[in-house]
Design a protein around this ligand. Structure first.
Ligand SMILES: Cc1cc2nc3c(=O)[nH]c(=O)nc-3n(C[C@H](O)[C@H](O)[C@H](O)COP(=O)(O)OP(=O)(O)OC[C@H]3O[C@@H](n4cnc5c(N)ncnc54)[C@H](O)[C@@H]3O)c2cc1C
Length: 474
């Protein structure tokens, strides 16, 4: 059994810690941010400041695949989220109920998850990690650099531990960097100094997210939440339930869309959200604070292996420190959870060449998902840019064209909806999901008549709504 030092106590760091501790490893987790206040969901939402996580107050959903791993591997975490007011939620039952043949089936349980605002989800994970034997949690301490010794043929050497901001040196058999999108990843020397495969790779485009959280006056949701993600002319809309009778609605624009930056104003956001017919009721609760605007979010992947050789040993990266995805599909936490299980399994299988084995499994199981999401992002950015010019976007890429057809077709047929939900929530791959008898034919038939976008305002109506005078409410 080894001593593992984890830099970062976000969802990935905490889940990794709990999985490794369950296998008997000794784990130390350090995080630069303070502990949550002790007064429950209200306190963590109102008072917990997490400068280390820029998107902390943005809408977050836990995808069914991530929920299923937690339920299987760390069931206490799911019960703890529910104890904190987490809402047991099925991602497709609301959308199914709008279809004539949309009766829920017993197999639909696979689309279940637990919904909670991000601070509440994280506080619950932290509570369970805090009472797990074998885990030492240290908050309010920042890792500033790695310590390493020379290792033959390994450019970054063998990492032996981490130095904290007050000078303390913690040694470890393995350092796991779970420090999120930015933070400590700049301290990884090998990644940025060796060959192109090892360099940061990413799409340098961005979206901007304008989230308004709501609470129901009577503490209950309006009803089953709708299909979570809808694409429209230059805007996408995300609706997700939260804990304790809360939910959120997010309007997503291109980061380059200066005209829609006024969505950060509460009343302009409200006026614009009301233009989406099927979703407007979800923009009508009691607002919880102002609009949360987050931008400058880029998709990046970092590898510690180049040309089949490790750039460094004694160190792995997980979660957003490994790769970030565009958040519209709500998969970041789930990918982090999946990668934590890959690390646990790698440690079970081998104690040599850990970096190589872990990289190999990550490349096989997770990189194809990351690549698909990165390609989608490039297309969607181009599509929005075309919307802004008043043109239609066309691409010969079959994966993109299937996505465009699927986004409204999914809302018209229960079988197609289930198949696309299985793919989108990472429950199975496209070949298996679409391979059910007759499904491709049904999909093609719907796709032939599917409008590009669901009902909603065109660009002109959007600009009109955002140009009317508004009061600054953030
Ligand atoms: C707008 C937006 C919406 C999103 N919505 C969703 C969603 O609906 N569903 C979903 O699954 N994902 C979503 N994501 C992605 C999700 O937020 C990330 O994937 C997730 O936070 C990754 O978790 P992590 O633990 O890897 O990193 P983080 O959550 O970023 O945690 C990293 C931790 O490391 C700490 N840290 C950093 N540097 C140091 C250091 N030097 N020393 C000590 N500690 C350090 C930080 O304080 C932080 O606690 C969204 C992202 C954005 C931007």
């Amino acid at each position: 059994m080894i001593h593992t030092l984890i830099v970062g106590a976000g969802p990935t760091g905490l889940v990794t810690a709990m999985l490794l501790a369950a296998d008997g490893h000794r784990v130390t987790v350090v995080d630069q941010d303070p502990s949550p206040p002790a007064d429950g969901p209200y306190g963590v939402w109102q008072k917990w400041r997490r400068p280390g996580v820029r998107q902390f107050a943005a809408a977050h959903a836990l995808a069914p695949a991530g929920h299923s791993v937690l339920r299987r591997e760390l069931p206490e975490t799911v019960s703890e989220v529910v104890r904190w007011g987490g809402h047991r939620h099925n991602m497709i039952v609301g959308a199914l109920s709008l279809l004539p043949e949309g009766m829920a089936e017993s197999g639909d349980a696979r689309f279940g998850t637990v919904a909670a605002r991000r601070p509440v989800l994280e506080a619950a994970l932290l509570a369970v990690a805090g009472r797990t034997s074998g885990i030492t949690l240290r908050r309010g301490v920042r890792a500033t650099r790695l310590s390493a010794e020379d290792a033959p043929g390994v450019p970054g050497g063998h990492v032996t531990g981490v130095v904290l901001d007050h000078g303390e040196h913690i040694t470890a058999d393995l350092v796991v960097v779970a420090s999120g999108r930015g933070g400590f990843t700049t301290a990884l020397p090998a990644v940025t100094t060796t060959g192109p495969e090892g360099r940061e790779r990413g799409t340098n485009r961005g979206f901007r997210y304008y989230t308004q959280h709501f609470r129901a006056a009577d503490g209950h949701l309006l009803g089953p939440a709708p299909w979570p993600l809808h694409h429209h002319d230059s805007v996408s809309v995300i609706v997700v339930p939260g804990d304790n009778g809360t939910w959120s609605m997010t309007l997503v624009t291109s980061g380059a869309d200066q005209d829609l930056r006024r969505l950060a104003h509460g009343d302009i956001w409200q006026r614009t959200a009301a233009l989406y017919p099927g979703l407007a009721p979800w923009a009508q609760g009691e607002p919880l604070g102002g609009v949360v605007a987050v931008g400058g979010i880029h998709t990046v992947r970092r590898r510690l292996v180049h040309a089949g050789r490790p750039l460094v040993t004694g160190l792995v990266t997980v979660g957003d420190a490994w790769a970030t995805t565009n958040p519209q599909f709500g998969l970041g936490i789930t990918l982090g959870i999946m990668q934590a299980t890959i690390l646990r399994d790698t440690l079970r299988a081998t104690d040599t060449e850990l970096v190589l084995h872990f990289d190999d499994l990550t490349e096989r199981h997770l990189t194809p998902l990351w690549s698909g999401l990165a390609a989608w992002e490039t297309h969607r950015q181009a599509e929005i840019a075309a919307d802004m010019r008043g043109e239609a976007y066309h691409s010969p890429d079959p994966a993109w064209n299937q996505h465009v057809a699927g986004r409204t077709a999914a809302l018209r047929d229960a079988g197609v909806m289930r198949a696309l939900a299985e793919i989108g929530f990472l429950l199975t791959d496209a070949r298996e999901a679409m391979g059910k008898p007759g499904l491709m034919a049904r999909f093609a038939e719907l796709a032939a008549h599917a409008p590009r976008y669901a009902d909603g305002p065109d660009r002109r109506a959007l600009l009109a709504a955002t140009r009317e005078p508004g009061r600054l409410s953030i």
